[in-house]
Design a protein around this ligand. Sequence first.
Ligand code: SAM
Length: 223
Amino acid sequence: MRMRLKKYLTERVEAARDYIVVGYDLDKDARNDSPLDVLDLAQVFGNDNPVCLEVGCGKGQWICRMAVSHPDVNYLAVEKYTNVIIPGVERAKRENLTNLRFGNCGVEYLPRHIVKHAFDKIYLNFSSPFPTASHEKQRLTYKRFLSLYKEWLKEGGQVVQKTDNRHFFEYSLQSMSEAGMVFDRISLDLHQDPIPNLTSEYEDRFAPLGPIYYLEAHFPSQN
Ligand SMILES: C[S@@+](CC[C@H](N)C(=O)[O-])C[C@H]1O[C@@H](n2cnc3c(N)ncnc32)[C@H](O)[C@@H]1O
């Protein structure tokens, strides 16, 4: 049964392979296997437009909508699980989205593929909150991840986060603050505020149950 599922997934990945630029292997732990090493994003997208990263894109509803709404921006979306990311990859290919590509890997495996100051924005949409203290290091706003984002963002570039989990939001505010980040915008109820917003799958499911917390933050200039 598992073999059949794996073969089925392999076929789907191969059919949409041109949309996956990092870590296409189906083994969830084999994430360093890109035939490319450092990604030339201008070559990947065929232009020099700004590039934004989404970490943990899930099934890709939000990133596909963003790519359609902002054709002058390029998007790279990473998600560690192949069975989760594949519907988004297939949708992007079906809709012929030339400004969207995917990485099927944990974001922690991206450093060998991404040069410094590659991104204008990094989006964290409903990242897994990992509520227990023993899993703190896996939270995508843990200091080790913030250090990566700092390297990857352009001067003044933003981390943009939304979550329905108040504890995780408070944790993120504290972690970003300790990393020296400056907050540009905070909302304790995104859907009630006049902030442009496209929804993700998770957001559509959980927004009816309570407020969505939102922040935009940047690292201060190094000069
Ligand atoms: C709760 S889901 C949200 C999915 C989507 N962003 C949404 O809003 O519908 C969080 C996703 O992040 C992915 N994820 C968690 N840690 C990750 C990491 N270190 N690198 C890449 N993806 C990760 C999980 O596999 C999961 O699909």
